[in-house]
Write a protein that binds this ligand. Structure first.
Ligand SMILES: *Cc1c(COP(=O)(O)O)cnc(C)c1O
Length: 255
């Protein structure tokens, strides 16, 4: 199939309608605005202000933009393409940043992902888990992995259907993974969906994680990566521990 005719990952392209930015043109001010909003939403959900981690999604933006935001105090950055992310990570080498890989794992890129990224939000096959674990172990690291769940079973999206998660975990728990630390679930809600539907997606992810912990006796399986520029406040209200924000921080993407 020709690349251009392939369904977009997650059912949306890079050219989403720009979100309304707060009336400030400075990146650090925007950053402060968002981190304050995150802290407030965490408190409103009965958790400490620091309970929710912000991943700044820097895809399509330059290493310079990453450096600028890092100078404002941001530490976690997310990328969804290996060929774009790795050079950026290399350019930032001497800082204490943590990098999150959000895109599909191609077999031939697994070594690069394991070598350069600290977190993976898009685990959806045992095959990928094996390759990543082997490469991470060989590199002397452990990749923190979250399983991507396609909560609404949207055919345009990546991720395991909720019904497929128990079998995945059963097979996963029967083996040892020297290069992986399985730490939770990730999902993407319908873009621009109504609040009730979007919140229901997030609530379902939270319940799936709780069910999985109980059924498989999982420990350290507490991360819920959910919420993006348009819906992160709802995700936090539903228990997100990680929000992934691109446009609301860096502005609209060129592609
Ligand atoms: C691009 C992307 C984001 C950030 O989306 P925004 O709408 O720019 O906040 C978050 N998660 C994933 C998986 C992405 O691909």
């Amino acid at each position: 199939m020709h690349a251009a005719s392939m369904p977009e990952r997650h059912g949306f392209g890079y050219a989403l309608t720009p979100v309304k930015l707060p009336p400030m043109d400075d990146l650090c001010e925007r950053y402060t605005h968002i981190t304050t909003r995150i802290a407030n939403a965490a408190r409103e959900s009965g958790r400490p202000a620091g309970a929710v981690r912000l991943v700044a999604v820097s895809k399509t933006h330059t290493a310079q933009a990453v450096a600028q935001l890092a100078a404002c105090g941001q530490r976690h950055f997310g990328e969804s393409r290996v060929q774009e992310g790795v050079p950026k990570i290399a350019a930032m080498q001497d800082t204490a940043l943590e990098w999150h890989f959000l895109g599909p794992v191609q077999r031939n890129k697994a070594r690069l992902i394991a070598a350069h990224f600290h977190w993976l939000h898009s685990l959806e096959s045992l095959d990928a888990a094996k390759t990543l674990s082997r490469h991470a172990a060989a590199a002397g690291t452990r990749l923190r992995a979250l399983i991507e769940i396609n909560v609404t079973c949207d055919p345009r999206k990546h991720g395991l259907a909720p019904a497929a998660l128990p079998a995945f975990l059963e097979a996963y728990c029967a083996q040892s993974w020297p290069g992986l630390a399985l730490c939770g679930l990730m999902t993407i809600a319908a873009h621009g969906g109504p609040e009730t539907a979007v919140r229901q997606t997030f609530a379902q992810l939270r319940e799936l994680a709780a069910d999985s912990r109980r059924a498989f006796g999982l420990t350290d399986f507490d991360e819920l990566s959910m919420g993006m520029s348009d819906d992160y406040h709802w995700a936090i209200a539903e228990g997100a521990t990680i929000v992934r924000i691109g446009r609301a921080l860096f502005g609209a993407r060129a592609r």
